[in-house]
Design a protein around this ligand. Structure first.
Ligand SMILES: Cc1ncc(COP(=O)(O)O)c(C=O)c1O
Length: 478
């Protein structure tokens, strides 16, 4: 039963007058649905406290832990962002040394900044043809841990934004041989292992801390997430402390009821719902095999997550943005994102059959037209360098991130910045994985790529475009 939601309704209908926050006093305001206001409360009697849970919230978190195979789970109302900040902060002392995947979300970099961490990067292999980050092997992790014996924790991403899955079991063993914790940013994998899905979640695979954005791949409200902990390598007192620091003192009960609802749905209807999901997704992927121009990232079950649909436009004559716009404008289909060379669409357990059918029809039709037209466009088989993905483009770091991000910056034209140190993060959004970190040097190759991305209409954060000129922030005294 969705206990919290039921209690919120009871409270709304109880006749108790709210002489407390929030200021809307459970009355509608403007045109947002009245239902939202009626259910939105703060910590009042009987509703427990997220930062010191003893009642209903504790029970809900214990249930979440049971479902995921964790010793303890924490509800997050500030997304996986809060979980990553807290996990990284809890496992390392100020000034500690972290080994982390370069394709980490920006929140991992923010944690490194806040805790003044030294960062060593793991550059994942590149998935051929698609220019996306792929796997990090246990040997690579072991080598780094041997080279840098003061590393105190490892942070990996699995599944990646595009759905690549790491062998967490093998990686956890390698990390544990050094007696240090493994954090897995599994923001895109809150559904893993449910209803017979083929990949287990990272709590069960041996990770010490695992972060799930419930809102990304399960039917929950935006911002809702979970942090799980296992084993004795994590100081749980510190973990709780950092959760208090990084999370609001006024957590939304609607968001928390949304997490509970999603998990109750998994328990109650998961077996059937995930079977249906698998069948619909599989059917779409098999039909899309007929594409002759567009290339679809294959679903190989163990290494590629269900739900992600990555469509490469390489060699077709249109750009990723071109395909994205076509899907939106001609077919009324809103993809998750476009890169220079692919489009990413997401399907979850909550998609209607219609979504699969419309996407399949649209892609097959676009593919047919591309085949008829031939490849007269400008996008070559090998796209311009994509340094956020290319292992050959590992930026040189001149000033460590925590120091660099506090230094004075000056704005410079992109071309004049070659060889200079970045004063701001540069990232493509989504997903917000940095391509250049404050203190790292602009290279000619990166500048070319930034120009291409801006020209291709992609969202590049950390740059300003004015009158066809691109400006970036560089460190003033470097
Ligand atoms: C890999 C990864 N980790 C973490 C996050 C942050 O998640 P949230 O938006 O729930 O804070 C994102 C967001 O896109 C992400 O892609």
């Amino acid at each position: 039963m969705e206990e919290l939601f039921e209690k919120l309704k009871e409270n709304r209908d109880s006749g108790m007058y709210p002489l407390h926050m929030p200021g809307h006093k459970r009355q509608p305001c403007g045109s947002l649905p009245a239902e939202l206001y009626g259910l939105d409360i703060t910590e009042i009697d009987g509703f427990d406290n997220l930062h010191q849970p003893e009642g209903i919230l504790l029970r809900m978190m214990q249930e979440a832990a049971g479902l995921y195979g964790a010793e303890e789970s924490f509800y997050l109302v500030n997304g996986s962002t809060a979980g990553i900040l807290s996990a990284v902060s809890a496992v390392l002392p100020r000034g500690g040394h972290i080994l982390m995947a370069r394709n980490c979300h920006k929140s991992a970099y923010h944690a490194a900044y806040l805790r003044n961490l030294r960062v060593t990067y793991l550059y994942p292999d590149l998935f051929p043809e698609f220019d996306i980050f792929d796997k990090i092997g246990p040997e690579q992790v072991q080598r780094k841990l041997e080279e840098e014996p003061d590393i105190g924790a490892v942070l990996l991403v699995s599944p990646t934004y595009e759905g690549r899955i790491q062998d967490i079991r093998a990686l956890a063993e390698t990390v544990h041989e050094k007696g240090i914790p493994l954090i897995v940013d599994e923001a895109h994998g809150a559904h893993l292992g449910f209803g017979g899905l083929p990949v287990e979640n990272s709590c069960r695979a041996g990770a010490d801390l695992v972060i799930h954005s419930v809102h990304k791949t399960l039917p929950a409200l935006t911002q809702s997430a979970l942090l799980h902990v296992n084993g004795n390598l994590v100081d749980r007192r510190k973990l709780r402390r950092f959760l208090q620091i990084y999370q609001t003192s006024s957590p939304s009960y609607l968001l928390m009821a949304g997490i509970d609802n999603a998990l109750q749905f998994v328990k109650r209807d998961g077996a059937e719902a995930f079977r249906r999901f698998e069948s619909l997704y599989d059917d779409m992927m098999r039909k899309l095999n007929a594409c002759r121009c567009l290339k679809i990232l294959p679903w190989d079950r163990k290494r590629q997550d269900i739900g992600k649909l990555v469509v490469s436009v390489k060699g077709t004559g249109i750009s990723g943005r071109g395909l994205y716009d076509l899907l939106r404008e001609r077919y009324q289909l809103q993809p998750e994102m476009a890169s220079e060379s692919f489009v990413l669409a997401m399907f979850t357990v909550n998609d209607a059959q219609e979504g699969y059918e419309r996407m399949t029809r649209a892609l097959l039709e676009i593919d047919r037209r591309l085949a008829e037209q031939g490849t007269q466009g400008t996008l070559s088989e090998k796209t311009a360098c994509v340094p956020e993905y290319g292992t050959e483009c590992q930026p040189e770091c001149a000033v460590p991130l925590p120091e660099a991000w506090d230094m004075d910056v000056t704005e410079a034209e992109l071309e004049a910045s070659i060889g200079k140190c970045a004063g701001e993060f540069v990232n493509l959004y989504p997903p917000g994985v940095p391509v250049l970190v404050p203190g790292e040097c602009f290279s000619a190759q990166l500048c070319r790529s930034v120009k291409n991305w801006v020209k291709a209409g992609l969202t590049v954060q950390g740059v300003r475009v004015q009158d066809d000129k691109i400006y970036v922030k560089i460190l003033t005294d470097r």
